[in-house]
Design a binder for this molecule. Structure first.
Ligand SMILES: [Zn+2]
Length: 58
């Protein structure tokens, strides 16, 4: 039951995708990605966007 989040969904800058069994870990990974790669603080608004697009892998 993987959770997928595409960076595009929160930054509209790239197509990097994180995948993890847990929603919390997927959110943590995308937060690390936006902060390291895009130098963007992962805001509460971005977190809510990410949660809204999380979907289970087919
Ligand atoms: Zn990205």
């Amino acid at each position: 039951m993987d959770r997928l989040i595409s960076c595009w969904n929160v930054t509209e800058k790239c197509y990097f995708v994180v995948q993890d069994d847990s929603e919390e870990m997927a959110l943590k990974k995308i937060a690390e990605h936006t902060e390291k790669v895009h130098n963007l603080k992962f805001t509460e608004e971005m977190r809510e966007k990410a949660i809204s697009v999380i979907r289970k892998a087919a």
